[in-house]
Design a binder for this molecule. Sequence first.
Ligand code: G3I
Length: 307
Amino acid sequence: ADTLGAAAAEKGRYFGAAVAANHLGDSQYVQTLNREFNSVTAENEMKWDALEPSQNNFNFGNADRIFNHARQQGMAVRGHTLVWHSQLPGWVNNLGSADQVRSAMRNHINQVMGHYKGQIHSWDVVNEAFEDGNSGARRNSVFQQRLGNGYIEEAFRMAREADPNAKLCYNDYNTDNWSHAKTQAVYNMVKDFKSRGVPIDCVGFQAHFNSGNPVPNNYHTTLQNFADLGVDVQLTELDIAGSGSSQAEQFGGVTQACLAVSRCTGITVWGIPDHYSWRSNDTPLLFDRNYNKKQAYTAVLNALNAG
Ligand code: G3I
C-alpha cells in the first residue's frame, strides 16, 4: 500500500496522528492527514482543562471539530485523556476532600465518555501516574493525595460503566525499556488489575524518543511482556528526535517492534509536520515543514509493507 493508514490496515492495525483543532484550516495539513492516517488523537482538545474548565461546565467545541473531521473521513478516534495531573483546571486541584475529588472524577468521566459513547476506539483513562527515575512510585497529584493508590482502579471502573465499548488504556512515557523501574511499576499494576478483574484493555506507550531516551534494544520484549498479561498495546504518541537515515532507522525499528507483537494494535505519531510538533526543534515527525515525506516516513511505510 502507498499510505501509512492503508499499509497498517493491511496488517490489521491503525496508523494515527495527533491533530490540533487550530491547524484544521491549513489545507496542506488536512490533505496530508486525510491521505495518510486512519486514526486521530486530539493533541490537547480532549484534556480536562479544555473540556471542563469550570466544574460541570463542559465545552466540546474544539474536541468536536477534530472528532467530526475524523468521522467524516472514516477515521477512528482515540480519546486522550480522562485523568491526568497536567492540563488539569485549577478547580480540581482545589477540591479538599476525597468525596469531592471522587465525584468530580466520576462526573468528568461520565460526561466526556458519554458524549462520544460508542465512537471512540480506545480511551487513555489514566495518563502518567508514575514517577520518573528509580523509585517506581506513584506521581503526586490531587488524585493520588485525596484518593490514594486506589484512584487508578476507581477511574477504570467508572470508565467501563460510562462506555462499555471503549478499550480502556493506561498511558505513560519512559516505559519502553524493560529494565527501567517505571516500566516494571506499570507492568506490576497491570498484572494486579488483570488478576483482580479490574477493567483494563490496553497499555499506551507514548514513545517519545531522543538521545537521552533512545529506542531500547529490548523494545519488542517490553511490548510482548505487556501483551502477555492479556492487554493490547499501542504506541500512542510516537516521535523520535533527529534526522536523515539515523532517525529513519529508529522509526523503522519501532514500527517493526509493534508489528512483531500480535496485540500491538496501532501506532499514533504525535503530530504531522515537524514545525507543529510540541518539540519542533527536534524535527521528530514523518513530514518536514513543507509536508514532504522524510526518510523516516519511507522507513515506516516500508516496515508496514514488509513481510
Ligand atoms: O491554548 C493556549 C493558548 O491560548 C496560549 O496563547 C498559548 C501560549 O503559550 O498556550 C496555549 O496552550 C498550549 C497548549 O499546548 C496548546 O497549544 C500550552 O501552553 C502548552 O503547554 C500545550 O502543550 C501541550 C502539552 O502536552 C502540555 O502538557 C502540547 O501541545 C502537547 O503536544 C503535549 O502532549 C503531551 C501529551 O498530552 C501527554 N504526553 C506527553 C505529550 C508531550 O508533552
